[in-house]
Each structure stands twice: as structure tokens, then as C-alpha cells.
Design a protein around this ligand. Structure first.
Ligand code: HPA
Length: 272
């Protein structure tokens, strides 16, 4: 596995030798942010050795290297998910490659269903912690010692300094960012109302099908990570509505401008 990671990293370095400072993962419907990248080089996942192409509509599947606000970035436009049948080590593979390329910071984004009644569709939420209900963990199996320790600490999985920057950036773009606990389920079904009630009791503020594997991998690697959830819908049973992927994507598109502004400010601040 480690040699595969190095092969991927070498392939990317040959095309784009600059060391990226920040890695960014763009979730469902949030891919249009890549238009903000300057001096960019785009590599489809299908061309990178050992990368897995995503099968989800609305997730593009390209690595874009370039600059944002003068900061060198590596943007993963689209990700793979457990519900695609992709094993966890493949899901976190791109994060590990970015770490080998040299990123020290990682910003993860996703679309999520709001469980907390204080949240509304269109809210952007700073992930303060997570609950892993995927039923697995990307670090299961022999530990790859070159990457990190066998038993990583997850006490401050979402880096407090990055979270403070996110909060400040949100203020500067004109809103008070809410914070919440993200719970990851395998999917691909959306949850039942009974499951959403259970998740609320467990302490979850929002629910989705991604992000947690990448956060675990980043903590293992010692890469600082923060996460932004775009609340695309209230979770099942909260409103008398059916959930659909099209509505999730439409809602994500509506907040694209605010989301882009928040990311741009956050990146500029991390780069300082
Ligand atoms: N549940 C799970 N994943 C999601 C949701 C949801 O309600 N909305 C967007 N992604």
C-alpha cells in the first residue's frame, strides 16, 4: 500500500512539482469552486495510478493543483464513498497521497442533512466533532507505520486552530458560522425518521455519508483538518418531505457563492 501511495505521489509531482500547502475536498454539488483556482493543472482520477474514480453523479473526480489567493492548493473535486462498494483504504488513498505531496492542512466539505432544529437548509456548519457509524474504520488492518501510529488520538480531531480561522473567515464574509457534530452512516439510503431520532439522542447535529474516513486518515497522518457541512435538507422526518439527491445538489448550488467566499477567505488566512 505504501509503495502504491508513493507511486501516485510521484506521478502527480512529475506533472506539477510545486508542494501544495492545503488540501481541499469538494463534496456533492460544491465542485464549481474549482473555477477560483488560478495557474491550475487538472488531472482526472482515472489517470492517476491507484486512484479510484467516483461513480456518483454530481461528484466530478479530478485532482486540481494550482493557487488560491497566492496559496498553493491541491483540490480533490469529488470523492468515493463506502456505499459505492469502495473499500475504506481506497476512500482515504487520495488524502494519504496529498500528505506525501506535502500538505499540512486539509479542508473537507460535504452535503449533510440537518438534525439540529436550529439548522436550516443553506446553512454552512463548522464540524466540531463526529460520530462514526460507518461500521468500519480506514485504519483497520495492519498499521502503515510510515504514515502514522497504530492508535491515533481523536480528542481534537477537528483542529482547533483551523476551526478558529474558519469562524473568523465566516465573520469576514458576513455570517456567524454554526458548529455541529457530524454523524456518518454508510448509506446509500437516506435515513429513516426513527434513525434520525436516534442520531439526535446520540448527539448528532447533522448526518451524511462521507468525511469521517478522511478525518480519521488525516489525524493518523498528523495533517491538520477541519470540515464544513452544507446543510442541503432537513434530515428525514423533520419536515413532511421526501429526500432526493437532485434536491441536495440544487440546494448546494444555491449556497455556492457564499461557500466559495468562505473557502477563499479561509485559505488566504491559513496561508498567512
Ligand atoms: N442524509 C444523509 N446524507 C445526506 C443527507 C441526508 O439527509 N443530505 C445530504 N447528504
Amino acid at each position: 500500500m505504501y509503495s502504491q501511495l508513493k507511486t501516485s505521489a510521484k506521478y502527480i509531482q512529475k506533472i506539477y512539482p510545486t508542494i501544495p500547502q492545503i488540501g481541499i475536498v469538494l463534496g456533492s454539488g460544491l465542485g464549481a469552486f474549482v473555477n477560483a483556482i488560478t495557474n491550475s493543472t487538472k488531472i482526472p482520477y482515472s489517470e492517476i495510478p491507484f486512484f479510484t474514480s467516483t461513480t456518483v453523479e454530481g461528484h466530478e473526480g479530478c485532482l486540481i493543483l494550482g493557487e488560491i489567493e497566492g496559496v498553493s492548493v491541491a483540490v480533490l473535486q469529488g470523492r468515493t464513498h463506502g456505499y459505492e462498494g469502495v473499500p475504506m483504504d481506497k476512500i482515504v488513498f487520495p488524502i494519504r497521497v496529498l500528505s506525501i505531496l506535502g500538505i499540512e492542512n486539509l479542508i473537507l466539505t460535504n452535503a449533510a442533512g440537518g438534525i439540529n432544529h436550529q439548522f436550516n437548509p443553506g446553512d454552512l456548519v463548522d464540524i466540531k466533532d463526529h460520530i462514526n457509524l460507518l461500521g468500519t474504520n480506514p485504519l483497520v488492518g495492519p498499521n502503515i507505520q510510515e504514515l502514522g501510529p497504530r492508535f491515533p488520538d481523536m480528542t481534537r480531531a477537528y483542529n482547533p486552530a483551523l476551526r478558529a480561522i474558519l469562524k473568523e473567515a465566516a465573520k469576514e464574509v458576513g455570517f456567524e458560522i454554526k458548529a455541529g457534530v457530524y454523524c456518518a452512516l454508510l448509506g446509500p439510503t437516506y435515513e429513516t425518521p426513527a434513525e434520525i431520532n436516534m442520531l439526535r439522542v446520540l448527539g448528532a447535529d447533522m448526518v451524511g455519508m462521507s468525511t469521517v474516513p478522511e478525518v480519521i486518515a488525516a489525524n493518523h497522518l498528523g495533517v491538520k483538518v477541519c470540515g464544513i457541512s452544507c446543510i442541503t435538507n432537513m434530515a428525514a422526518g423533520i419536515k413532511d418531505e421526501k429526500l432526493s439527491h437532485d434536491d441536495v445538489k440544487d440546494q448546494a448550488k444555491k449556497v455556492m457563492q457564499l461557500f466559495s467566499n468562505l473557502l477563499l477567505k479561509t485559505i488566504a488566512k491559513i496561508g498567512k
